[in-house]
Design a protein around this ligand. Structure first.
Ligand code: SF4
Ligand code: SF4
Length: 319
C-alpha cells in the first residue's frame, strides 16, 4: 500500500497523459490490485479549491501520510526567486514542493522538466525553471544536491519527454511493494533497469548504423544517425526494448531519437541547425558519436562497415 500525491509545476501534462495510457498495469489496476492510493492528482482527483489546500496542509502536518510525492513539470522560481509565476493553492508552488518533499518517504521526478528543467529551462529561461535535484547536467536543482528523502533516497528521476508509462508504473509498484531499495539508480538518479541500455539496443536500423547506410524520416532501411540527428547511440533508454504502446518506437517508425532521457535535453539548447540534423565537422564527420566510442575509431569502424556492407551487397547481386 502506498499513498501517492502528484503535483504539476511548469508542465504540459504530457507525463500525466503518458501515465494514463499505461497498459500493464493500467492506472485502474494500480489502484485496485497494486495498493496505490492516489491522494490527489491534478487531472484525476475530484477535489478543487480549498479542498485541495486542506489536503496539502494535512499532508504537511502528518494527518495524511505521503509515501510518494510525484512532481511533474519544472519548479518555477521566477520572478527573482519568489516563484509567484506559478501560484497554486494560495502559495507559490515552490513552497509546497519544498515542504512536501521534506515529509514524503520518497520523491519522484517524472519527465524532463521535473528531472532537469527540460524545455522551459532553455535560455533565456524566463520563468527561472529548474528540476527537482538537477539543473540540466548539474546536480543541485531546486532541492539541492544533498537532498535525501525520509525513506533514504535522493529524488528518483524518471526522465523522458514524456516518460514511458511502464517506467512510471513499475517504480510506483516497487515502492508500494516495499522493493524500492532494490532499485539501483545511476549518477543522474535514473533507475538502471530502464536507463542502462541505449535506444539503439533493439533498433531495427542497427545494421544500417554499422554499415553506415544513411536513412531519412519515415524511410525504411537506413540509419537516422548520419543526416537527421538520431541520438539513439548516445541515449540511455529502453524505448526499443519496452516498446511504446507495446508496438513501436520513434526509431522503428524511422523518426530520429531526440535523446530525451539524457540530462541536458533539449540538446544544444535548441540552437538553429541542431534539430533533426546531424552536426558535423568539415561538413561530413558527425561531431557526436556513440557513447563510450572514440571519435577516430568510430570513423574507422563506420568506414570499414560501409565497405564490408557494400561489398556484401555487390557480392550478393553478382552471384
Ligand atoms: S542511430 Fe538511431 S536509427 Fe540508427 S541504429 Fe541507432 S537508434 Fe537506430
Ligand atoms: S526514442 Fe529517444 S526521444 Fe524518443 S522517447 Fe526514447 S529516448 Fe526519448
Amino acid at each position: 500500500m502506498a499513498n501517492v500525491l502528484w503535483l504539476q509545476g511548469g508542465a504540459c501534462s504530457g507525463n500525466t497523459m503518458s501515465f494514463l495510457n499505461a497498459q500493464e498495469p493500467t492506472v485502474v489496476e494500480l489502484v485496485t490490485d497494486f495498493g496505490i492510493n492516489i491522494i490527489w492528482h491534478p487531472s484525476m482527483a475530484l477535489e478543487i479549491g480549498q479542498q485541495v489546500t486542506d489536503i496539502l496542509n494535512d499532508c504537511i502536518s502528518g494527518k495524511i501520510h505521503v509515501d510518494i510525492f510525484v512532481f511533474e513539470g519544472t519548479v518555477i522560481q521566477g520572478p527573482k526567486g519568489k516563484g509567484t509565476m506559478n501560484y497554486f493553492c494560495e502559495r507559490p508552488m515552490q513552497q509546497w514542493v519544498k515542504e512536501l518533499a521534506a515529509i514524503a518517504q520518497y520523491v519522484i521526478a517524472i519527465g524532463d522538466c521535473a528531472t532537469w528543467g527540460g524545455i522551459p529551462a532553455v535560455p533565456p529561461n524566463p520563468t527561472d525553471s529548474t528540476g527537482l535535484q538537477f539543473h540540466k547536467k548539474e546536480k543541485g536543482g531546486y532541492l539541492g544536491a544533498e537532498f535525501i528523502s525520509k525513506g533514504g533516497m535522493p529524488v528518483i528521476n524518471i526522465p523522458g519527454c514524456p516518460a514511458h508509462p511502464d517506467w512510471i508504473t513499475q517504480i510506483l509498484v516497487a515502492v508500494s511493494t516495499g522493493r524500492i531499495k532494490d532499485v539501483l539508480i545511476d549518477s543522474f538518479h535514473r533507475p538502471t533497469t530502464f536507463f542502462s541500455d541505449f535506444v539503439q539496443t533493439g533498433c531495427t536500423n542497427a545494421r544500417a548504423f554499422s554499415e553506415k547506410v544513411s536513412g531519412g524520416f519515415g524511410k525504411r532501411g537506413g540509419c537516422l544517425f548520419y543526416e537527421v540527428g538520431c541520438r539513439g547511440a548516445m541515449t540511455n533508454a529502453s524505448c526499443n526494448r519496452i516498446l511504446w504502446n507495446r508496438h513501436s518506437s520513434k526509431t522503428r517508425a524511422n523518426h530520429p531519437c531526440l535523446g530525451c532521457t539524457e540530462p541536458g535535453f533539449p540538446h544544444h539548447d535548441l540552437a538553429k541547425g541542431s534539430i533533426f540534423k546531424t552536426i558535423k565537422y568539415l561538413g561530413f564527420l558527425p561531431k557526436e558519436v556513440a557513447t563510450g566510442e572514440n571519435r577516430l575509431s568510430h570513423y574507422f569502424k563506420s568506414g570499414v562497415g560501409k565497405i564490408i556492407g557494400s561489398s556484401k551487397k555487390i557480392f550478393k547481386t553478382t552471384i
